[in-house]
Each structure stands twice: as structure tokens, then as C-alpha cells.
Design a binder for this molecule. Sequence first.
Ligand SMILES: C[S@@+](CC[C@H](N)C(=O)[O-])C[C@H]1O[C@@H](n2cnc3c(N)ncnc32)[C@H](O)[C@@H]1O
Length: 209
Amino acid sequence: MRQHVNPLSKYFYDIEPIPPIKEIFSQDKRPIHLDIGCGSGAFLFDLANQNKNWNYIGLEIREKLVDKAKLKLENESIDNLFFAFGNASYLIDDFINNCPGDMVSSVSFNFPDPWFKKKHHKRRIIQPELIYKISQLMKFGGLISIKSDVEELFKYMDMIIMNSKSFINYNCPYFEIIEYYNPTNLQTNRENYVRSKKLKVFEKLYKRI
Ligand SMILES: C[S@@+](CC[C@H](N)C(=O)[O-])C[C@H]1O[C@@H](n2cnc3c(N)ncnc32)[C@H](O)[C@@H]1O
């Protein structure tokens, strides 16, 4: 089993600077989706190939995975996908500084690391501060999607998002799903694995109010 990376390590204080959106994407007016903890990025490659009217950004703390994803991106002609390495919580600060307000239309947290021990809960990616930062980056009406196979983590994330008072629980109607960042319901590697084992997936959508 792989070791989890401690996101609070000083190593992640120095972050990869994120260029302005205009420099990242040739078509910078498309809606932007952020996938936080994107792993190998396979899910984002699938999404970016399928939905050319969206721009996708993956944030990931494991450097080797990001390097591999960037290499793959160089070899494919995909102009609506970007990866950045680092602790997403710090990378988001750079976005806030570099992106014109409310650029982000949606954000996904797919199967984040659970950090089961109570003393490690502060290492969990969803924290009040991060949700506040996302609320600053996101359009009104924008969506957060969370998924996990760990019920306790799911409840923890749900509590933090609902406590922020910037998001409400949202049952997305079908006609909006078509407009959503993932209209054909593509799944991440972890979700494929969890479903293949017939484990339960806890999931929820939230709307920025
Ligand atoms: C269990 S994996 C899930 C990967 C992918 N989302 C999926 O569903 O297949 C969780 C991922 O989140 C990344 N991660 C954990 N904490 C992070 C943080 N603070 N910032 C960015 N990525 C993080 C991990 O390195 C790992 O790749």
C-alpha cells in the first residue's frame, strides 16, 4: 500500500506558481472545473477529451503522478487540461491571486484520503478554510461534488461544507447535468475500483449561494 503524503509538511509551503488562466488555456472563456486530489489524472484526460467546451484543472500533491500526467499531456494535443503539483489548499491561493473573480464553475473531491486517526483529521483536504477559499473563487450557482466510500469522512466533509453557509445541498436536475462538467458520469480510478467491489459510494452535490 502506498504511504499517504502529509499535506502539512513544510515541503509543500513552496508551491508551483500557477500562470494566469489566459496563459494556461487558448480558449480561456470556457467554464473551469477543478479536480482536487486528481491522482494520475486519468479521469481528467477522459473528461477533457469528451467535453471540449470545458477547461479542466487537476491539483495533486504527489509529484510523480503530476509529472507523469504532464508528460502525457505534452504528447497529446489537448488544449483544455492543466495539472499543478502541490497542496491544493495553497495552490488555490495562487488561483485566487491569478484568476479574475468567480472563474470556477465546479469543483470535485473524488475519494479524498481518509486520514482515519483523530489526530490526523487536520490533514484531510476538506477544511473550513479551503471551502471558504473555493467560495471566493466560484460563481454563484457553481457546484461542489464530493464522493467517498468512507461514511465517516463523507459526514465530516458534508458538515464542513454545510457549516460554511456558502453552499446548499443540491439535487441536480437532469437538464443541468447535461451542462455539468461530467455530463456522461465518467468515473475516477478509485470509483471504478470501489464499485467493482460492490462497496457503497457516498456522494453529494452542493450549490454556491
Ligand atoms: C484516494 S486518492 C483518489 C484519487 C482520485 N481522485 C480517484 O478518485 O481515483 C486521493 C488523492 O488525493 C491526493 N491528495 C491528498 N491530499 C491532497 C492535497 N492536500 N492536495 C492535493 N492532493 C491531495 C492524494 O495524493 C491522492 O492522489
